[in-house]
Every structure is written in C-alpha cells, then in structure tokens.
Design a protein around this ligand. Sequence first.
Ligand SMILES: CC(C)(COP(=O)(O)OP(=O)(O)OC[C@H]1O[C@@H](n2cnc3c(N)ncnc32)[C@H](O)[C@@H]1OP(=O)(O)O)[C@@H](O)C(=O)NCCC(=O)NCCS
Length: 146
Amino acid sequence: MVRAGGAIGFPVDAPAELIAEAAAGELRDVGSGRQELLVERDGGLLVGMVLVRGKEGQVFRHRAEVRKLIVHPGRQRGGIGRRLLARAVERARDLGFRQLVLATRGGTHLPEFYRRQGWAEVGRFPAALQVAPGDFRDEHWFQCEL
Ligand SMILES: CC(C)(COP(=O)(O)OP(=O)(O)OC[C@H]1O[C@@H](n2cnc3c(N)ncnc32)[C@H](O)[C@@H]1OP(=O)(O)O)[C@@H](O)C(=O)NCCC(=O)NCCS
C-alpha cells in the first residue's frame, strides 16, 4: 500500500522493516485496547481497515482520531472506504466520543473524499509532509461532530 502511494504516514520508499515495525505497534495498541480496528472482508480476504483511537490527555477525552483508512488497491472505488469511514463514525459515537478528527495528505483525492463524506475541513498545514525528496504536501485537517 505504501509502495502504491497510499497516504498512510510513510514516503513511498520507506524501508519494509520500518513499515512492519509500525504495523506491529499498531496491532499491539489494538490488543491493549488503546485503539479499535475495524475491518472489511470479502470471503477470506481482508479488503479494508481503519483504526479509531481516543486522544490522550484529560482535555481531549471527548475526541478520537480516525487513522490508517486503507482499502485493498484491487478493491478501491467500490464503496468500501465510504463504508469503513461510516462504521468508524458509528463506533466512535457508541464509545461516547463527541468529536472525530483526522489528518490527510494534500495533492491527492483524499481531501475531496472526506469533504464528500460530510467532514468539515478545519485547517491546513502548508508543506507539512515530504512524501519524496522535494515533494512537499500540505496536511489537511478534518473534523466530524458526533
Ligand atoms: C481513501 C480510500 C480508503 C478510499 O477507499 P475507496 O474504497 O476507494 O473509496 P470509495 O469507493 O468508498 O469512494 C468514495 C468516493 O471517494 C472518491 N474517490 C475514491 N477514490 C478516488 C480516487 N482514486 N480518485 C478520485 N476520487 C476518489 C470518489 O468520489 C468516490 O466515489 P465514486 O467512486 O462514486 O466516484 C482509498 O483511496 C485508499 O485506500 N487509499 C490508499 C490509502 C490511503 O491513502 N488512505 C488515506 C488515509 S488518510
């Protein structure tokens, strides 16, 4: 997914060990209850995932973050991403959060994807991300009131 240009926190040429290490850390946090993992399957095949993670700190207790929304490259544009995002919203609401936040990469279809799902764009950090040497992208911030 990283190699295919997925905007999930790594440059396209990130070392495989680093990606595997980060994935293991995410799964540990799921195991410990620090965040929730929602998945979509087609038969035995995992075709999509998203993480919902409560923000740390007393003043942030009402907020959670949507992270790593990913659909299998062969299954994109079939409504799975939209469904996963809706499920993340429902889950966060059930868990008692009042607000969801997420950050996403500019210069891609992603900001428009979130706008179309009804999320409010609340800010943008210019050139916050360097996805390849010299390729700087804005980071777009979104919120969803629950
Ligand atoms: C973002 C992502 C999860 C969307 O999943 P998806 O299953 O392809 O999305 P959906 O089929 O639900 O698409 C809903 C709408 O989003 C828009 N959209 C989705 N992918 C698009 C693309 N590649 N280009 C332009 N618009 C796109 C379209 O408006 C689409 O509706 P349409 O197909 O009726 O035109 C998917 O693109 C993905 O996995 N990307 C790689 C990982 C990544 O970058 N994640 C972002 C983390 S912030």
